[in-house]
Design a binder for this molecule. Structure first.
Ligand code: FAD
Ligand code: MLT
Ligand code: ZN
Length: 477
């Protein structure tokens, strides 16, 4: 192995092959703190050519490679297993915005560029890159593409796969596929770009991307809305789609348990409404500089919601600071759940028409599995995507994390079975990683799993790129 490490030092420079425990530690554990592995080394190339050399050297040494971006993934896909045999390939030195073309509506970036920096580069050119995640200050475009990330603007702009036109990818044998064509029309065969989107580092290492830009939307109308139930949230969504049309950008839900955790753990957080409600919706309309009437549209929507009994109260943002404060209540939830204690995450999609009944039935079912378990339910209800995350019972104010851990398999199985029964998805936007690879395969048909394995084998016959992620190991191997 020291031969491989010497070769890697030749390629990227000794300073960028990390092997000391203190240097590699942060790369061996994921954001949740649940997934911990061990790396042979962490390698930090600075260019596509260096990535290609690193991958080629690892292939020659039959050493697994785990691509890693900002390490904000929530399913353990960017951290190695516990064997200490894999090289973590960190893209974070590849941070160049290669080109911005406002007329073509494209931005071309290195895979290691942080999402917030892509947004800023687009804004500097008077355009919008619309992807928006709570982790945008740390996650990278390569990670966003590899997970096909969603976020809070999917309702209007779509998932990551709808925001990409072309990719540059280092293949498992070290060859480079240059697919950086920013064409909107290109029907010349299989769509290789889309093959790599959502492949979670198992088919290739994304090194560059051409992304789509949109007209800037400097105008916003934002409200934190109290709704009695999930059913009312869905009724309000239907009204919002009718009243706000294309301006409707965000429609997020949170239960009272989620808000309570934010108020308890997020410094400065204040409940914007006087009376507590079981459920809330964060709704935002966004428009260009010439789009007048967003505030009126929001007022009309809320008033129709009150008339329909779907809205009991609302706080409307009166300026940027107030808007930020309302957004913080939503975006702070992941972080405060972690502060509260052990968290069991479920990232599910259901047909929107089934959300209300499903959530109600699930709440009862889980109390049978673990009395007192606390569903912290929130997410992108406009996309049918709930983060049905659980915190431990806390009968006397202290989170009983061991009880949650002991019941984890039963709780997750109950949730995933109930999702499958509705023909939903057990991973809406976070991917499968190590956490859900086996579960997802169990819910898929043999045909689907065979096709996925065939694609993997065609590109990575030796199985060296992110083994154990997305597809579970075959039985007996
Ligand atoms: P990493 O965590 O480093 O890696 C994720 C996966 O991508 C791994 O399988 C890894 O091997 C692979 N990968 C990374 N870079 C590359 C590359 N260049 N080439 C090939 N494979 C690569 N996700 C959502 O979808 N919506 C949300 O709303 C959302 N909110 C979040 C909020 C918080 C507070 C946090 C912590 C996370 C959130 N996430 C969300 C999850 C996470 O931020 C996304 O999955 C993100 O896309 C991961 O990017 P990353 O650069 O951190 O990737
Ligand atoms: C979010 O939307 O905040 C995250 O995707 C959810 C999570 O952290 O589970
Ligand atoms: Zn989310």
């Amino acid at each position: 192995m020291s031969d491989l490490l010497d070769r890697l030092r030749d390629v990227v420079g000794a300073a960028h092959v990390l092997t000391d425990d203190a240097d590699v530690a942060a790369h061996e554990v994921d954001w949740t703190g649940v997934h911990r592995g061990r790396a042979l080394a962490v390698v930090r190339p600075a260019s596509t050519a260096e990535v290609a050399e690193v991958v080629r050297a690892c292939a020659a040494a039959r050493t697994p490679v785990v691509p890693q971006g900002g390490n904000t993934g929530l399913v353990g896909g960017g951290v190695p297993d516990g064997s200490g045999t894999a090289v973590v390939l960190s893209l974070t030195r590849m941070r160049t915005v290669r080109d911005v073309d406002p007329v073509a509506g494209t931005i071309t970036v290195d895979a290691g560029v942080v999402l917030a920096d892509v947004q800023a580069a687009a804004a500097a050119a008077g355009r919008l890159f619309p992807m928006s995640l709570g982790s945008e200050g740390s996650c990278t475009i390569g990670g966003n593409l590899a997970t096909n990330a969603g976020g809070t603007a999917v309702l209007r702009y779509g998932m990551t796969r709808e925001l990409v036109l072309g990719l540059e990818v280092v293949l498992p044998d070290g060859r480079v596929w240059d697919g950086l064509r920013g064409l909107r029309k290109d029907n010349t065969g299989y769509d290789l770009t889309q093959l790599f989107v959502g492949s979670e580092g198992t088919l290739g290492v994304i090194t560059g991307a051409v992304l789509r830009l949109f007209p800037a939307t400097p105008r916003h109308a934002t409200a934190w809305v109290a709704v009695p139930s999930v059913r009312d949230a869905v009724s309000l969504l239907a009204l919002a789609q009718r009243e706000a049309g294309a301006h409707l950008t965000t429609f997020e839900i949170a239960n009272r348990q989620a808000l309570d955790l934010v108020l308890a753990h997020l410094p400065g957080a204040v409940d914007p409404l006087e009376a507590p409600s079981d459920w809330y919706v964060l709704v935002e309309l966004a428009g260009t500089a010439t789009d007048d009437g967003l505030d009126d549209a929001l007022e009309r929507l809320l008033s129709l919601g009150v008339d329909a009994g779907a809205v009991t109260d609302a706080a409307v943002a009166t300026g940027p600071a107030r808007r930020d404060a309302l957004w913080a209540l939503r975006e702070g939830i992941s972080e405060v759940q972690k502060v509260e204690g052990a968290t069991l995450k479920h990232d599910v999609t259901l047909p929107i028409a089934r959300l209300a009944d499903w959530t109600e039935a699930m709440g009862h079912r889980l109390q049978e599995v673990l009395p007192g378990v606390r569903p912290v339910t929130y997410g992108h209800v406009g996309d049918g995507n709930l983060h049905y995350n659980l915190n431990a019972p806390s009968p006397d104010g202290a989170s009983r994390d061991d009880d949650l851990r002991a019941a984890a398999t039963d709780l997750s199985t109950a949730i995933h079975d109930a999702v499958a029964a509705e023909h939903g998805s057990i991973s809406a936007e976070h991917g499968l990683g190590r956490t859900k690879a086996a579960a997802a395969a169990a819910y898929k048909s043999d045909v689907e799993v065979d096709l996925m394995r065939a694609v993997k084998h065609a590109l990575d016959p030796d199985g060296l790129l992110n083994p154990g992620v997305l597809l579970p190991p075959r039985a007996g191997s």
